[in-house]
Design a protein around this ligand. Sequence first.
Ligand code: R5P
Length: 289
Amino acid sequence: MPTAVLYDDSSEDLAREVARELGASSFKIQQKLFPDGEQYVRIPQSLSGLSALYITRLYPNQDSGLVRVMLVAEAARGAGAQSFSVAIPYMPYARQDRRFLDGEPVSIDVVLTALRSLGIEHLYVIDIHKPQVLEKYPGFINIRPFRLYADGLRGIEKPVVVSPDLGSLWRARELADALGAEYGYIEKHRDRVTGEVKFSNIEVNVKDRDVIIVDDIISTGGTIVGAARILKEGGARRIYVVATHCLMLGDAEARVMSVVDQLYCSNTVVSKYSRFDVAGLISEHAVSG
Ligand code: R5P
């Protein structure tokens, strides 16, 4: 079935590239705000006989972005789409994937359940914080970008790939496997109330080695700064960082760049460090479903 790629102001670059790779048409949805702040969207042409793929970045302004996805999903159904899928490169609310403290919601479940209830056939996300959260939702797919990253990091000689915590060790393993490198992790503890992070042992030898730290998100930068410092204390030579979603809040950029040699991010969130283009990953998965 032919595909139409829909996009908005946040995602024209990705949508045009995905449409080119799929040989699909692409067009922009119409958007405006009502005087009271509510959103309006319109799909300006019929989607009859088409499978629609809406590509949108939800960061920043995650909450209004989620409402926009809901409105576009309903509009696509009304415009006659045979199926409707969404690509949200950086999935918001993914870090609240369990009740860390009594009385909290499992936020990512709330969001995924809402998206499923809209009849979304496929949801494509890149490097979601914990891929297991998608298991309950057939057709919702986490795209792992580590082969793409490895292709851009091959110039680094004999690196050790390090995860800044045990939870992300699988990321280090996948990137290291693609590079043919060693890998390991640092023990990290986060205070669930203050958010403060502390690092203890490095579970791999980094002395006199170039290190690639791999993580999903740089938010305040606290994790990367703490990890880089302890790696330096452990004798690491150069520190490279590859992170998928670089939010770089507050003074994160200055703090991170004061302790690392190079930072590589993807364009799920656009910044001057966006070295990896995820459009090709989205189109590969959109073809195979
Ligand atoms: C945490 O488990 C994530 O994988 C990231 O390490 C974390 O979200 C980064 O946040 P920050 O930059 O604020 O330390």
